[in-house]
Ligand binder design. Structure first.
Ligand code: SAM
Ligand code: SF4
Length: 351
């Protein structure tokens, strides 16, 4: 197998996967403190910028640097981008950045993953900037529980954001991290929500990621168990695999009274989907990462700030793709003690 890619050819890795999708973590900061994402001490320390828990602004790639990387990646064959974080909407200047992205020739889609807290305020401007697809993370439909999981009383803001976004015509997916004893009593409610609202509800297996994550085996629920629970609401019919649905196994859900919705299951632990992975990630500290669950990273920021030419940056992107591992090794049968948690913090990697 050759380790060489021709210039202008699609970006294909050594396992024949075409890499077309770049995820940018714009910041590691966030206006929520979800227990499964942020380390516990950060949860209790709202001024943790000073303690070094968050990156300094100068450690983040500037918008100019990000645009340069995006232009080069698009010139090399990538065509889809996702803005994530941390919470991308808390980074100042994001709307201008999105406008600049809309001018990048060959970039077909810019999507956004958000916790929704600022969505009502930003939705119209995001739509005007060309964003059409948003993923909103929401693990509970109960305001009190929302506060428990995220540390903040913002359920109503997220809900309002969803309604505003719906009115504007965004295509909306809800991301629900499935946690036994936390929100499994609401899976039916989320399934019903998918029948009532134009939201595709995707359940995500809880992943042991981040150096001090709160992952516990007792809280882990396999995607197939969630699917079984949702099938109690109606008939699940698998989507014909469509481009752009990502790692979720998506299903139409039809209730006995003929209401229709769509649900999905993302199973990074119980059922690996690495053979279909088309992603490359750029972390908020400027590291290129070819696998969410593998800590190997390439320091792109040093190249960018060290005066590297476009050719050198492009070569670095190609090499990271060539080095993309065939798959990750996390399984769902780990005990809490032996789990090999990924060291990278989710908010820096971007999910
Ligand atoms: N702040 C934004 C949000 O929450 O949507 C974007 C960043 S967040 C890191 C991206 C996604 O990662 C969210 O859908 C979140 O639920 C998911 N996530 C974070 N930690 C996770 C974990 N330990 N297991 C599974 N999903 C996780
Ligand atoms: Fe913030 Fe998103 Fe992490 Fe929650 S999952 S703490 S909203 S970055």
């Amino acid at each position: 197998m050759t380790n060489k890619i021709q210039t202008n050819s699609p970006l294909v890795d050594q396992f024949s996967r075409t890499i077309s999708y770049l995820r940018l973590s714009l910041t590691d900061r966030c206006n929520l403190r979800c227990s499964y994402c942020m380390p516990p001490e950060a949860a209790h320390n709202r001024t943790n910028v000073k303690t070094g828990k968050f990156l300094a602004h100068s450690d983040l790639l500037s918008y100019e640097e990000l645009l340069r990387v995006v232009r080069l990646a698009v010139a090399m064959g990538m065509n889809k981008l996702r803005l994530t974080g941390g919470e991308p909407l808390v980074r100042r200047g994001i709307l201008d950045f999105i406008h600049q992205l809309s001018l990048v020739e060959g970039l077909e889609q810019v999507r956004l993953t958000t916790n929704g807290v600022l969505l009502a305020e930003y939705a119209e401007k995001l739509y005007a900037g060309g964003i059409r697809y948003i993923n909103v993370s929401l693990d509970t439909l109960q305001p009190e529980k929302f506060k428990k999981i995220t540390g903040y009383d913002h359920f109503a803001d997220v809900w309002e954001g969803l309604q505003v976004a719906k009115q504007l015509g965004f295509k909306i997916k809800l991301n629900v991290v499935a946690m036994k004893g936390v929100n499994d009593d609401e899976f039916h409610d989320f399934g019903r929500l998918a029948l009532e609202q134009p939201f595709k509800v995707r359940f995500i297996e809880f992943m042991p990621i981040g150096e001090q994550n709160s992952w516990k085996k007792e809280q882990f629920i396999r995607a197939e168990e969630i699917q079984r629970m949702i099938s109690e609401l109606g008939i699940l019919t698998p989507f014909q695999k469509k481009h752009g649905e990502g790692p979720a196994r998506m299903f139409d859900l039809e209730s006995p009274d003929k209401r229709k919705g769509a649900v999905g299951f993302i199973s990074p632990l119980s059922h690996h989907f690495c053979d279909q992975c088309n992603r490359l990630r750029l972390t908020s500290e400027g590291k290129l990462r070819s696998c969410l669950l593998n800590d190997k990273e390439t320091d792109l920021k040093s190249l960018l700030r060290g005066g590297a030419s476009d050719q050198e940056i492009s070569r670095c992107i190609r090499q990271t793709i060539l080095d993309k591992p065939q798959g990750h090794t996390l399984q769902d049968d780990l005990t809490a003690e032996q789990r090999p948690s990924c060291g990278g913090r989710m908010s820096r990697i971007g999910g």
